[in-house]
Design a protein around this ligand. Sequence first.
Ligand code: TXA
Ligand code: MG
Length: 355
Amino acid sequence: MIERAAGLLRSGEPVAIPTETVYGLAANAFEHEAVLKVFRLKQRPLFDPLIVHVAHEQASLAALAQAGVVDSSGMTEGQKTSFARLTAALWPGPLTVVLPRGKRVVDLVSSGLSTVGVRVPAHPLTQQLLKALPFPLAAPSANRFGRVSPTTAQHVTDEFGKDLAMVMDGGACETGVESTVVLLLAGGDPLILRPGGISREVIEKLTGRRAAVQSTAGGSLVGVSPGTMDNHYAPTIPLILWDGASPVAASELPLRGLRVALLSVESSTTLEETVQSLGGEVCHREILSTRSSDLDAARHLFAALRRCGTSGASVIVAQKPGRDDGLWLAIADRLRKASFKGELNGLLSQLRGSR
Ligand code: TXA
Ligand code: MG
């Protein structure tokens, strides 16, 4: 399997690879044409940069600079120290660090930015593949742009079918949400551009510094991470997000006459009771973790969203996690991005009409 994948990648063909977070759609990060194929296959806009995946042997700044992946010459001592602390503990693993881009990584990978997101994925098959290749792999999640990320090989096949030469099957992904993307500010403070498989608390503990999260930092920093768009992870039917606390009136959310798939983060009857009180007919239920574990919930999230989409329901009602520590932050982020943001009454009457 490794040899076949390496052969295709050397000849410029994209290959889907397993990682501990989600499956990636990989190509030679040093070759424009190969990377362009990934953007085309995904139907991804060219302004949304890709993450570069490297072998564990290249996990140091010196090795990354030597390979032309990173240009560490302008990095401050604070940035270098935070980088070393984070990566010594977390690589291989679901952490992406945004660093000054080295000269061998093609412009397209970074959408023309002077930086590049780098990570060392933990899946053993992908580590073997990276070791066998003379170049690193640029890889976004292996889904069409804006859709739910794949956590099994079958999800990737469902999405691309014959358009993709090969999917390396590495089983179900362990973490289930994408890597945490971190930018190191000049003084060395970490800024979380995308919450993910490594929690904010862990990043703060390792660096000994406070980590702001971009989506809540606001102001001038918005725009530092293109691609952290709001309409993402869209399931095949609309998802309505309920915060789980505020009462909802049937005039705000008229579910009468609609088949509803429920997605709750933990065992609780409130979501079902609420949906029924609004007149919805519950036809499918997903509980992300019966023991309220953020790790379990993250692992199950994307597969559960897909099942809701094919359950025969016309709408998904999901309950937001009641907390934002650990991986709950990433779970809430993905649910928010997956949710319908328009005018609800209009959407619901349209769905009722199309039944
Ligand atoms: O876990 C993951 O990170 C998965 C697996 C396959 O490794 N990959 C992934 O890639 O989630 P993708 O393309 O779906 O998301 C990459 C995101 C971009 O949308 C952007 O938000 C951020 O990473 N990113 C990448 N390069 C960046 C850069 N140079 N500056 C800022 N943000 C960057
Ligand atoms: Mg993605």
